[in-house]
Design a protein around this ligand. Structure first.
Ligand code: AVI
Length: 335
């Protein structure tokens, strides 16, 4: 559905999901995750207003090298990226999880300088983020055609399929792929592939395997912002699902497994306690030092990324690295 504020055209697909159905899905996921032997909570629920603000702060942390590294990759390679995107003629640039598009703006500026024929379709679940982004782009790049979509990634791709012909270049930046389990990342990329055609491209950010100490520090910052980000999930359950987590009685714990190449984050109960979650109609018991697994952040090798692409119908065109070769943006085309 089209919702035009006086200046910003935007498509809001999120209204399809009523807030009551959001609450019941959230309650069901929480109940399911906390009823298993090894308790889990899905990391996608980190990003309410507070969680999104904390994640912005994480991206500015000295220890969290990922955002700086990817900015370096884009700064150093934007000319070549813009040229490769444009080889097949005009295109829609679709930015999955655009947020404030800090990194994408480098590409938008470069594409505009090169006078390429494209329009920009940022996609994000946060309507506020899409309003702010559209407005900032009107100031910074007034000639750019922007149509922001508020919704889930696949809702947006479905909408694009029905409403926009022409070549597509999809951006999936920021190592978000690392937050999926191996099987989920395959399903995810295969689904993206199913919306693309010959000549379309995908640029995906991946955090690469490196010195485990560097990775460990990135998720255990001294200022405790990552801990607050993780613990906010319990505050969110208290706020939205009427739970009574005593958040002070949990702590953040993140460990890196260099064999599997995965950072795993947990919330650990400091004492035996019972927590009631009204919306889920559930009381959960925690033993002292029992943990809830809240997030995986997978780190890849380049052969793994190539294999993942191949399995999902993509071929690697170019791997763009930062100087340290700690992060890569991989340009795939439809195989
Ligand atoms: C969004 N995602 C790529 C981040 C990551 O590095 O896995 C989320 C995050 N979790 C803790 N710090 C940052």
């Amino acid at each position: 559905m089209q919702i035009n504020t006086p200046t910003v055209p935007m498509i809001d697909l999120s209204r399809a999901q009523e807030s009551s159905s959001h609450t019941s899905t959230f309650a069901r996921d929480v109940a399911e995750g906390l009823s298993t032997k090894y308790k889990t909570l899905p990391s996608r629920y980190f990003y309410d207003g507070t969680g999104s603000r904390l994640f912005q702060q994480i991206m500015d942390l000295t220890e969290y090298y990922l955002t700086r590294s990817e900015l370096e990759v884009l700064t150093q390679n934007k000319e070549s990226m813009a040229t490769q995107f444009s080889q097949g003629g005009s295109f829609h640039l679709i930015d999955l999880g655009a947020g404030d598009a800090l990194k994408t703006k480098l590409l938008l500026q470069e594409l505009t300088t090169q006078q390429r024929s494209f329009d920009y379709v940022p996609v994000d679940i946060s309507k506020d983020a899409m309003l702010e982004l559209s407005e900032s782009l009107q100031q910074e790049l007034p000639q750019l055609k922007v149509e922001a979509v508020v919704g889930e990634y696949f809702q947006a791709l479905e909408w694009l399929q029905e409403n926009k012909d022409g070549r597509k270049v999809v951006l999936f930046l920021g190592s978000n792929i690392g937050n999926f389990e191996a099987a989920e990342s395959i399903t995810f990329l295969q689904s993206i592939r199913s919306y693309l055609h010959a000549g379309d491209q995908l640029l995906m950010g991946v955090d690469l395997r490196k010195d485990p100490g560097i990775i460990l520090n990135a998720y255990n910052d001294e200022a405790g912002i990552t801990a607050a980000f993780n613990l906010n999930l319990l505050h969110r359950i208290n706020r939205e699902l009427g739970a009574d987590f005593n958040v002070d009685q949990f702590c953040h714990h993140a460990i890196y497994n260099p064999q599997e190449g995965v950072m795993r984050s947990f919330l650990v109960s400091k004492q035996a306690q019972d927590v009631h979650i009204s919306e889920a109609g559930l009381t959960v018991h925690f033993d002292a030092w029992e943990a809830i697994h809240t997030e995986n952040s997978y780190k890849y090798s380049i052969p793994q990324v190539e294999g993942l692409g191949r399995q999902c119908g993509f071929a690697v065109d170019t791997v763009f690295y930062d100087k340290q070769k700690g992060f890569a943006d991989v340009l795939f085309s439809v195989a």
